[in-house]
Write a protein that binds this ligand. Structure first.
Ligand code: TXA
Ligand code: MG
Length: 390
């Protein structure tokens, strides 16, 4: 069975330049240090994989350089192996040495195309993933990249994730630590629920504060593309990336052609789905009087919940708390700001599914701006075709 090992993120301290020069953290809590060392040894020395917290969601990590570790990742979460993985590094030094195989460093950013420099200078460590060309004679496993000419990489800001990578001195391939198609995990207990018995250990570093996955950008095409909305908003990418990113477009291909490689998830695969059916209300009728809009929503809920034993309503910015007053409806507010809604999203979907065991979840959607873009991207996939404009 899987062991859950506690780690205390506040006991891990990095120097301000550690994400560039790769200097190791000091860890003041002995138990945290012992547990991190154990997990780091698994990553460095074995084909095995571990669950660990990042600032976005929990990851399921193994060496990016080792075919067997990557195979074990795909196997543990039942993930199709043509959907490539993100390599997580703790520093640009580690990226240069362990992926590019550079022995001597001259310019630390030499392996990173210039277009990314303003973004990574401002947003790393953090929830930003960039695509880089796979170098000739790269150390990366072809299974990590699903044999694409590019690979995805990020430096997470969560101290537990950074320390795990730094101590293992290995780039860590890590998708979210959920069973494929399920909502991503933001607590160690979510990982345990999905993967108990399939992995040796989970590092429990508490709740993930971003709550959705990293933003994936492709700066190797022109204009640059936002492939997956995530922890940094499109607005932040466009404003912080310099002039080239001000024209950044959001990739919105809904389907992919036969034989085409997977560029972002959900184009091809089911995603973020609770067991319960999700019906998503999308705000599109702001010209209508509020009373009328809410009455319309109430009618839909009444109609769709007929004969359902237990259901839930997750409200966000406009539904009043007394919109539905039925005994068999669990009414909760996801949050009162976009940021809070983003942080809570996956945990609420899981709670309703795994603990409350409801059969149907109504969710009040929000506008596609700022954090709304990432939130609605996940909710639209969770709801699949069950989308109701209001
Ligand atoms: O926040 C995150 O990114 C989390 C934590 C654990 O770091 N990880 C995560 O990994 O969300 P995953 O595997 O669920 O999502 C990786 C995304 C997928 O959309 C994948 O298609 C895309 O990155 N990706 C990876 N390599 C790619 C490549 N070479 N070209 C295009 N997309 C790529
Ligand atoms: Mg995922």
């Amino acid at each position: 069975n899987t062991r859950v090992l506690k780690v205390d993120p506040s006991s891990i301290h990095f120097s301000p330049t550690a994400h560039i020069d790769g200097s190791l953290p000091t860890i003041t809590d002995p138990e945290t240090k012992k547990n991190l060392m154990e997990a780091a040894n698994i990553i460095r020395e074995t084909d095995n994989i571990v669950g660990f917290p990042t600032e976005t969601v929990y990851g399921l990590g193994g060496s990016s350089l080792n075919d067997n570790s990557v195979l074990n990742i795909y196997k543990a979460k039942n993930r199709p192996s043509d959907n490539p993985l993100i390599s997580h590094v703790s520093s640009i030094d580690l990226l240069n040495r362990r992926i590019f195989g550079n022995k001597h460093k001259t310019d630390v950013l030499e392996n990173i195309p210039k277009i990314y420099h303003p973004l990574i200078e401002k947003l790393w460590p953090g929830p930003l993933t960039v695509l880089l060309p796979v170098p000739p004679n790269s150390n990366l496993s072809k299974l990590t990249t699903a044999d694409q000419p590019t690979f995805a990489v990020r430096i997470p800001s969560n101290p537990v994730a950074r320390a795990l990578i730094a101590l293992s001195d290995t780039p860590i391939a890590a998708p979210s630590a959920n069973q494929s198609t399920r909502p991503s995990p933001t607590l160690a207990s979510h990982v345990y629920h999905d993967l108990n018995g399939r992995i040796p250990i989970i590092l429990d570093g508490g709740a993930c504060n971003v709550g959705v996955e990293s933003t994936v950008v492709d700066g190797l095409v022109s204009p640059p593309l936002l492939l997956r909305p995530g922890g940094f908003t499109w607005e932040q990418i466009r404003s912080m990336g310099g002039s080239q990113w001000s024209t950044c477009k959001v990739e919105n291909k809904k389907t992919i052609a036969e034989g085409e490689k997977v560029r972002t998830p959900g184009m091809k695969y089911r995603h973020y789905s609770p067991r319960a059916k999700v019906i998503l209300f999308v705000p599109e009728r702001s010209e209508m009087p509020t009373e009328e809009r809410l009455q319309y929503v109430k009618n839909i809920i009444k109609e769709e919940s007929k004969g359902i034993q237990k259901y839930a309503l997750l409200s966000t910015l406009t539904f009043p708390s007394n919109l539905v007053e039925e005994q068999n409806c669990i009414c909760e507010q996801l949050g009162s700001s976009r940021k809070e809604i983003q942080t809570n999203l996956f945990a609420y979907l899981r709670k309703l599914d795994e603990e409350e065991k409801v059969d149907l979840i109504f969710v009040e959607g929000i506008e596609d701006e700022n954090e709304g873009l990432a939130v609605m991207n996940r909710l639209r996939k969770a709801a699949s075709h069950n989308i109701v404009p209001f």
